[in-house]
Ligand binder design. Structure first.
Ligand code: MN
Length: 285
């Protein structure tokens, strides 16, 4: 296998989002996007007492892309303007298509608030192509045990989207993607084929790992790969947690403002107007 080399090494930067600290690995000044991936935030692990919501975000709109939550630890309660309500627990994945518009909130679950605990997750924004930006919103609530898991050579791979070793992940997407949640033991080893025409990166949540038996990288680092090979290998230097994401790039102009990702400035203004006119549904508390 011809191995992909590294294009950019990005250290996630701590940012403050209205009192909540998150680590931002995408976008950065140097790397605006790794199409179709626009944003990656890593929150936690944050341990709190009962009664404290370490992350909660109240109702806010989205249009034109897919906001995704990988919850690693803790409990979240999701609610939106399209009548969806869901409870996420450690290991669950929420893949939402904002499409033409949705208003949602993500707050600590009742159980988490009662007991306290540790919250950790990844928030990912996946762009939609022009032809799918205004589709009807869709909510895919994937429970941990619905994600196929492959264990080999001291490693564990959970296939969320796309194919790995002939195993297909449960999430439906509008463009071809690969999303793998990888856990490595010390010396755990994996060879991961990645389609040649996909953009790809790996984000290390925890631990430290060796790429292609060569370079070592530590947690809170995003490794953006060049499109110069058929895949990568990973080896755990210690117990590690890695999120691998890859996808066919969307080669279209991007106009972004806050929670809206469209192709033109006019479409951004339309999104602002449609939100105010209640066309993204009504969020009922
Ligand atoms: Mn959101």
């Amino acid at each position: 296998m011809q191995k992909r080399t590294v294009a950019n090494i990005i250290a996630a930067e701590s940012i403050d989002m209205g009192g909540t600290k998150v680590k931002q690995a995408l976008p950065t000044v140097r790397v605006e996007q790794i199409s179709p991936f626009l944003l990656l935030h890593h929150f936690g692990p944050t341990k709190v007492e009962a009664g404290i919501d370490p992350l909660g975000v109240g109702p806010h709109p989205h249009r034109g892309f897919e906001p995704v939550t990988f919850l690693y630890q803790g409990g979240l309660h999701h609610k939106d303007s399209r009548g969806n309500e869901g409870l996420l627990q450690g290991g669950d994945v929420q893949w939402m298509t904002a499409g033409m518009g949705i208003i949602h909130s993500e707050m600590a679950s009742k159980e988490f608030l009662q007991q306290g605990g540790t919250m950790e997750g990844i928030q990912l924004w996946v762009n939609l192509p022009k032809q799918n930006k205004m589709v009807q919103p869709r909510y895919q609530d994937i429970k941990s045990d619905a994600i196929p898991t492959i264990k080999e050579h001291g490693s564990q791979v959970r296939v969320v989207v796309g194919n790995y070793n002939e195993i297909k992940g449960p999430v439906q997407t509008y463009t071809p993607l690969l999303a793998l949640q990888i856990s490595l033991e010390t010396e755990g080893y994996l060879e991961i084929p990645i389609p040649k025409n996909y953009n790809a990166f790996a984000y290390i949540l925890d631990g430290a790992a060796k790429l292609n038996e060569n370079w070592s990288y530590e947690k809170e680092t995003l490794l953006h790969f060049k499109n110069d090979g058929e895949g990568i290998t990973l080896r755990g230097i210690e117990k590690s947690e890695i999120l691998l994401l890859a996808g066919l790039p969307i080669d279209e102009p991007i106009a972004q403002w806050g929670p809206y990702v469209m192709n033109t400035q006019t479409e951004i203004l339309e999104a602002m107007r449609d939100y105010q006119m209640g066309k993204m549904g009504v969020y009922i508390n």
